[in-house]
Design a protein around this ligand. Structure first.
Ligand code: HPA
Length: 257
């Protein structure tokens, strides 16, 4: 099974998949449960990042088990969905951002597979955190589907689970951030460490704190995601269907000399 979709907030079930079954995968970090099905004949694994009923907050997700487990299933290419706040007014609720860079403001997460010891010390190149080929396909497919899609953006990842202060939102924008969320790190890092192709379709659900006149609520995020979930699923599935050619990227060779 070459493809996986990691569903973020609002994307908890693999609705467009057929012949869906469940697989349990044991990893050194714990067991994960993945749904497996087909879309237009392509086998796809589906994993809701926050659990089926959104019970796992961003700082408690077992990112290492998730990424390790998907690789153990044979997955080589992962498309992730994410709800994000916007740091710039032109990135409006309902728009997709195919992020290409990340700023890491997390604090307390297990953030690597490489813990030293016999393995030695490994520093992973993050020049291109997201797979350029997956991103290009997402952008092409999204445009064909007529979606409002921004072809690049810097994802600021906070520790959460609280939302940001307006001062933080202003600071992140000054630093070059475009959108803010709580789950990009360490997911993108771990995928890189294992040489997997990984890309995120970020869906803007709200303006960052202080940019909108009203206080931010999780209900607002969930409501906008619910209104857009079908488009998120369509973009993910159509991109997988379009990807049936060999990789031309360097993602699998990240630790090669
Ligand atoms: N901040 C952090 N995470 C988020 C936001 C936000 O404004 N919206 C959706 N996820």
């Amino acid at each position: 099974m070459e493809y996986a979709i990691i569903g973020g907030t609002g994307v908890y079930d693999p609705k467009l998949l057929e012949n869906v079954g469940t697989r349990e995968v044991e990893t050194p970090y714990g067991t994960i449960t993945v749904q497996v099905g087909t879309y237009r004949g392509v086998e796809i694994a589906f994993l809701p990042r926050h659990g089926k009923g959104h019970s796992i907050p961003p700082h408690r997700i077992n990112y290492r088990a998730n990424i390790w487990g998907l690789k153990a299933l044979g997955v080589r290419r992962i498309l992730a969905t994410a709800a994000v706040g916007s740091l710039r007014r032109e990135l409006e609720p309902g728009h997709f951002v195919i992020v290409d860079q990340v700023l890491d403001f997390t604090k307390s997460r297990a953030c690597t597979f490489f813990e030293g010891g016999d393995e030695g010390v490994v520093h992973t190149d993050m020049t291109e955190p997201y797979c350029p080929q997956l991103r290009a396909t997402l952008i092409e497919v999204g445009r064909k589907l007529g979606f409002a899609i921004h072809p690049r953006g810097t994802y600021v990842c906070t520790e959460g689970p609280r939302f940001e202060t307006p001062a933080e939102i202003r600071a992140f924008a000054l630093l070059g951030g475009d959108v803010v969320g709580m789950t990009a790190v360490p997911e993108v890092v771990l995928a890189r460490e294992l040489g997997l192709c990984y890309a995120t379709m970020a869906m803007v659900t709200n303006l960052g704190a202080g940019l909108s006149k009203t206080p931010l609520t999780q209900e607002e995020v969930v409501e906008i995601m619910a209104a857009n979930t079908q488009r998120v699923r369509e973009l993910a599935m159509e991109t997988v269907a379009r990807l049936r050619y060999a990789s031309s990227c360097q993602c699998a060779h990240v630790h090669a000399p």
